[in-house]
Write a protein that binds this ligand. Structure first.
Ligand code: PLP
Length: 258
């Protein structure tokens, strides 16, 4: 018998420090009342300051793990984070086609500490093969500019991602200056809508994963996109207000509230 708690299939990197990646997904998705089917695309060496190494997981093992779980469970949404290489991005694109459920892709290109997490081939595979299939893409401002270097403005980046096929783009402004964080929602259905949030001071690790995962869980729970985006942002804002410091670098969102 299948449970009434919707499941989200996550393809994510593993951050052993627990700030970002699959652990962020599990916490954020559980907090929205959904269940994670979690797959590790890449192992990392990192702390709360920065990422030192990314090692792509065995692709054959990943396929076997996914096939075993999909023979048994039916995900209601898919969330894609750190991919590690272009081949894994292509595999993720095939999985989106195969599952036919809402998909949230967080194009993880660079760590908050500055480490590059995607080479040129991966950026190209994201642009051409993965992002056009996504229901929602959640780049921060720097990632949006890197994905669409030919655009003159941030709005131009959002428009170009939509033109390539993505249904919704939420460009987050946490990495832009200012006391107010502006997030820009581009959709095929309406003109750009903006969400404004008072900035929670400090530097955070895993905020982007938290947002994308929460949105995926809310879409799995069948919320309309407008509500899923509003609720996911409110959840991230609250988690940042309750951030904690497991290490000496950036703080980690408090995703599970007592
Ligand atoms: N490690 C993993 C596995 C990630 O998925 C990410 C971002 O998505 C990072 C590290 C970097 O996170 P941040 O930029 O928030 O430090």
């Amino acid at each position: 018998m299948l449970s009434d708690r919707p499941t989200v299939l996550c393809l994510s990197g593993h951050d052993p420090g627990g700030g970002a990646g699959l652990q962020a997904d599990i916490e954020a998705i559980a907090a929205q009342g959904a269940h994670v089917l979690g797959f590790i695309t890449a192992h990392t060496v990192q702390d709360t300051r920065d990422v030192a190494r990314v090692l792509v997981a065995n692709p054959e093992l990943l396929r076997q793990q996914v096939d075993a779980v999909l023979a048994d469970s039916r995900p209601a949404a898919i969330k894609i984070g750190l991919l590690g290489d272009a081949a894994t991005a292509r595999y993720a694109a095939n999985l989106i086609r195969r599952l036919g459920v809402p998909s949230v892709v967080d194009p993880v290109l660079r760590a908050g500490g500055g480490a590059e997490l995607a080479n040129d081939a991966l950026v190209e595979a994201l642009r051409r093969e993965l992002l056009p299939l996504a229901t929602l893409v959640t780049p921060n401002a720097a990632e949006a500019r890197k994905l669409v270097p030919e655009a003159d403005t941030l709005d131009g980046c959002g428009a170009a991602l939509l033109a390539a096929g993505t249904e919704n783009v939420l460009i987050t402004g946490g990495d832009e200056p200012g006391d107010v964080v502006i997030n820009h929602w581009h959709s095929r259905d309406h003109a750009v809508r903006r969400f404004a949030w008072p900035r929670v001071n400090g530097a955070f690790h895993g905020a982007g994963c938290t947002l994308a995962a929460a949105a995926a869980a809310l879409l799995a729970r069948k919320l309309p996109m407008a509500e899923a985006l509003a609720d996911a942002q409110a959840y991230v804002h609250h988690s940042l207000q309750h951030a904690h410091a497991p290490g000496q670098g950036r703080r980690v969102p408090g995703r599970i509230h007592r």
